[in-house]
Design a protein around this ligand. Structure first.
Ligand code: XMP
Length: 510
């Protein structure tokens, strides 16, 4: 394990991911964690992340006592670099020459970190203070025009540091620098997909023992991979429930019912609740009300199923596809949480209490996808772009009806097909297709006048869905989508593209 000590930077998660890309397992720990607790995790190496503050600022996060006396090889980045310098007798000062963004780095001597790398390279900086003198015995390995000490190391003592951010892509050779540190620390590249899946399966087997578990499948990658892992661990003692609420896109229900079951052999109960959801949504146009109704109905259907499953014997565990970023962001607790405090499923009644099984809680999204591939899940499922839980219900502006769902499903399928054919799936974060069901416009098709509905294409690029930009989809691809939709989907006579960034527009329309 490599521990990434988080000093409050937005980069800690990125560092942890980059370490894992070197096939070395890493975990994020808060900088308030006592060193004894860190050592209990038997780290092979420690990385100190960047942080927002100056080491001299009041309330600046402190390096945990004794961190530099552990004998564990340690790599300081940005704030971590400065904290290391200061703690070991170097000098940090506010030089007045802050650097933000791309900078040219001069490698003064290769040392371990820069071995075999170019003498001049682009790096990404973000700092106000600078290290002006390295601690005694340290070799200064790099500098920039404004920062005399931009890298140092003391291999015998296992200390390494750089002022720049090796974890961001704008640092040309950042990944190599990180890799060199891991090599120097003796970390072997053993974190492979096969091991990840095997470890997760073993952990589930140990947790569940000979108990039974249930899992709600949504059609998305997280719940599918979580279920596949648990199935591998406990076989038929897992029962999956798939609530077909009728708001999925074309082919997705079949993917779960047929392909997923065929690949995993999972025991699946499919509940056809389409009528029930439609009925509950009758006459509802308010977006928040739609979301509430869909969430409520889902829980009710799932509860009924659980009671039916419980009739065959006790069930102690509920499988959830919680990912590592959620764990980190919610304070990084360990062990099992009580379902009642869990937002993903919240609101279940008292007689339905379970311990959570969360086989993905140490994984990042891209690792979950690769685990899904390792498990043989359908590519369309593994690489599915984000899709909201309330599904197409919040992509029909106006009342949701069966007929409108059919129209939207067809249009959406065409848009997805053409974007995929154009090779844009990995460039685009997602592309909601929205039906303006209460709007009509006049058109002409053949010799006749039409009075149909417009749809909106909403292709966006994004890193995390918090912010987004409208995707510059090539005109010819947009043209093909438009032609096909207006030709193939009766009722739609106009195709428009949403060119609003987020903010101000959200990605979804409701
Ligand atoms: P917005 O529309 O808020 O969407 O910009 C941000 C991201 O979240 C997805 N989304 C949801 N996902 N349940 C989900 O699981 C929901 O209720 C929900 N609403 C929005 C949306 O598709 C986008 O990726």
């Amino acid at each position: 394990t490599v521990l990434v000590v988080d000093f409050g930077a937005q980069y800690a998660q990125l560092i942890a991911r980059r370490v894992r890309e070197c096939h070395v397992y890493s975990e994020i720990v808060p900088c308030t964690m006592p060193v004894s607790e860190m050592l209990a995790r038997k780290p092979k190496a420690i990385i100190l992340s960047g942080g927002p503050s100056s080491v001299y600022a009041e309330g600046a996060p402190a390096v945990p006592d004794g961190l530099f006396e552990t004998g564990v090889p340690t790599f300081g980045i940005c704030y971590g670099f400065q904290a290391m310098a200061r703690a070991l007798g170097g000098e940090v000062a506010r030089t007045g020459s802050a650097e933000f963004g791309g900078t040219t780095l001069d490698v003064l001597q290769e040392g371990a970190l820069f071995a075999g790398l170019p003498r001049v390279q682009q790096v990404w900086m973000s700092h106000g203070d600078s290290v002006v003198a390295a601690p005694e015995g340290f070799a200064v390995t790099a500098s920039t025009a404004d920062t005399p000490v931009a890298g140092f190391e003391h291999p015998e003592r296992g200390f390494y540091g750089v002022q720049f951010h090796p974890e961001v892509l704008h640092s040309e050779h950042g990944q190599a620098v990180l890799k060199h540190f891991l090599d120097a620390a003796g970390c072997r590249p053993s974190w492979t997909m096969l091991n990840i899946v095997d470890d997760a399966v073993a952990a589930v087997r140990e947790q569940v023992g000979d108990g039974r578990a249930i899992c709600a499948l949504s059609g998305g990658v997280d719940s599918a991979v979580a279920a596949a892992i648990v199935q591998r661990a406990i076989g038929d003692r897992l029962t999956c429930v798939f609530v077909d609420h009728g708001l999925l896109r074309k082919g997705e229900a079949e993917q779960v019912e047929r392909d997923f079951v065929a690949v995993t052999g999972v025991k699946l109960r499919v509940v056809d609740a389409q009528e029930r959801f439609l009925k509950a949504l009758t006459g509802v146009v308010d977006p928040e009300e739609k979301r509430k109704i869909i969430g409520r109905e889902f829980i009710r259907v799932f509860e009924d199923e659980q009671r039916a499953i419980l009739a065959d014997g006790p069930v102690d565990f509920l499988v959830q596809g919680t990912l590592y970023p959620d764990v980190v962001e919610s304070g990084g607790g360990t062990g099992t949480a009580n379902i009642k405090s869990h937002h993903n499923v919240g609101g279940l009644p008292d007689d339905l209490r379970f311990d959570l099984v969360e086989p993905l809680r140490t994984l990042f999204k891209d690792e979950v996808r690769r685990a899904g591939e390792e498990l043989g899940l359908p590519a369309a499922m593994v690489w599915r772009q984000p899709f909201p839980g309330p599904g197409l219900g919040i992509r029909i502006i106006g009342e949701v009806t069966g007929e409108r769902l059919d129209i939207l499903r067809e249009a959406d399928a065409i848009a997805r097909e053409e974007l995929t054919r154009a090779g844009l799936d990995r460039d685009i974060w997602q592309c909601p297709v929205v039906l303006l069901a209460d709007v009509r416009s006049v058109g002409v098709q053949g010799d006749g006048r039409t009075y149909g509905h417009p749809i909106v294409l909403r292709p966006v690029t994004s890193e995390d869905a918090m912010t987004a930009d409208w995707a510059r989809v090539p005109y010819d691809v947009l043209g093909r989508i438009s032609t096909r939709i207006t030709n193939e989907v009766r009722e739609i006579n106009r195709v428009t593209v949403d060119i609003t960034s987020k903010p101000p527009g959200t990605i979804e329309w409701e």
